[in-house]
Design a protein around this ligand. Structure first.
Ligand code: HEC
Ligand code: HEC
Length: 305
């Protein structure tokens, strides 16, 4: 083979590789015709979902408590770098004012921006992908009526390889299945409701499920806790293993703890990053908190390593 043919061959292989990479990492989005045509968005349900899904915990202004002023700026430290939550208030230039329903649905349920780039999974769409599309549309209706706040948050602080968003398409291929959580007729209604709230909007596994080296939640250790990703302390196991609190507490006690923040023996409060989650959950109905608790008590107990 002559040198020219070899170079030409390598060039063709390179192009093929690029084409395959491009194909594999192309965003998987929904189109407007896939939105439910007969759904009238319900902002009241949207407000409820806003609490259940904790958008305000990450997107509020750091140092403030007002989860309705969503100018962003909170830093999220992860093993892959520091992410900064952006402005998602309905401000027309600095926030997401003017986004269409399909833009919003693709951001929350597909992790894709209106211009077609991938979001980092520090935005917990690996859980929100499981939400009902109607709930996401209701959420938008509520958020559209929040105050627009000017100002853009700082950019992320990431090492070079992670600055290229295109490659996230490969991660998504492995991490996401884009399945809405549907009720399982074999399960009681309360368990179904809890299962949806925990694994969809509530995104409990984003903290409580350990991740593998590339940051994918380990399905075999669902909600079994592990070392905190920021490096200090542990995230508790919330499966009903006999050795851990969720195994020992009754469903009523778990629901009460999520509602008030006090542990059942009043020895302590829920602390750390759970403080803000618990504040969101305190807006949910007793029935829903009990559904969450009953679901947690129904899953496979996983003991610590
Ligand atoms: C754990 C923290 C966290 C939570 C909870 C969270 N987000 Fe975010 N969100 C982020 C981060 C970080 C980004 C930036 C992602 C990127 O740049 O790739 C983001 C990006 C976004 C964007 C894209 C904004 C833009 O300008 O492109 C939207 C829209 C959004 N989030 C909406 C929501 C909604 C709605 C909820 C609740 C259902 C929510 N987020 C909950 C962390 C969070
Ligand atoms: C942002 C991360 C994060 C998210 C999201 C999160 N948790 Fe937690 N959770 C924690 C941390 C950290 C603790 C430990 C708090 C402490 O040490 O006081 C905790 C503690 C708990 C406890 C007490 C467990 C024990 O053994 O004492 C329960 C129950 C719990 N979480 C349930 C949930 C549920 C249900 C959800 C989803 C609706 C959820 N958590 C979402 C971080 C999180």
């Amino acid at each position: 083979m002559t040198l020219r043919r070899l170079i030409a061959g390598l060039f063709v292989l390179g192009l093929l590789g690029l084409a395959v990479f491009y194909w594999l990492t192309t965003p998987d989005t929904l189109v407007a015709s896939q939105l439910p045509a007969d759904h009238t968005p319900d902002a009241k349900n949207g407000e409820y979902l806003f609490h259940a899904s904790g958008c305000g915990s990450c997107h509020l202004v750091p140092g403030t408590k007002d989860k309705t002023r969503l100018a962003g700026g909170v830093e999220l430290k992860t093993p892959f770098g520091t992410f900064v939550a952006p402005n998602i208030s309905p401000h027309s230039t600095d926030g997401i004012g003017g986004w269409s329903q399909i833009d919003f649905v693709n951001a929350v349920m597909r992790g894709v921006s209106p211009d077609g780039s991938h979001y980092y999974p520090a935005f917990p769409y690996a859980s929100y992908q499981h939400m009902r599309i109607e709930d996401v549309l209701d959420l938008k209706a509520y958020m559209d009526a929040l105050p627009p706040v000017a100002g853009r948050a700082a950019g992320h602080d990431l090492p070079l390889p992670f600055r290229l968003r295109r490659g996230l398409g490969l991660w998504k291929l492995l991490a996401l299945d884009y399945q809405e959580i549907r009720s399982d007729p074999a399960l009681p209604d309360q368990v179904n409701r809890g299962r949806y709230l925990v694994n969809g909007p509530g995104h409990c596994g984003e903290c409580h499920t350990p991740r593998n080296v590339i940051g994918i939640m380990d399905g075999n250790r669902h909600l079994a806790g592990g070392p905190a990703p920021e490096g200090d302390g542990r995230i508790p196991n919330i499966t009903p293993a006999p050795s851990v609190n969720v195994g020992k507490w009754s469903a009523e006690e778990i629901a009460e703890t999520l509602s008030t923040g006090f542990l059942p023996d009043y020895s302590d409060n829920l602390g750390g990053s759970m403080t803000s989650v618990q504040e969101n959950l305190s807006h949910l109905s007793r029935d829903d908190l009990l559904a969450i608790a009953i679901y947690l008590k129904s899953i496979d107990p996983i003991t610590e390593d």
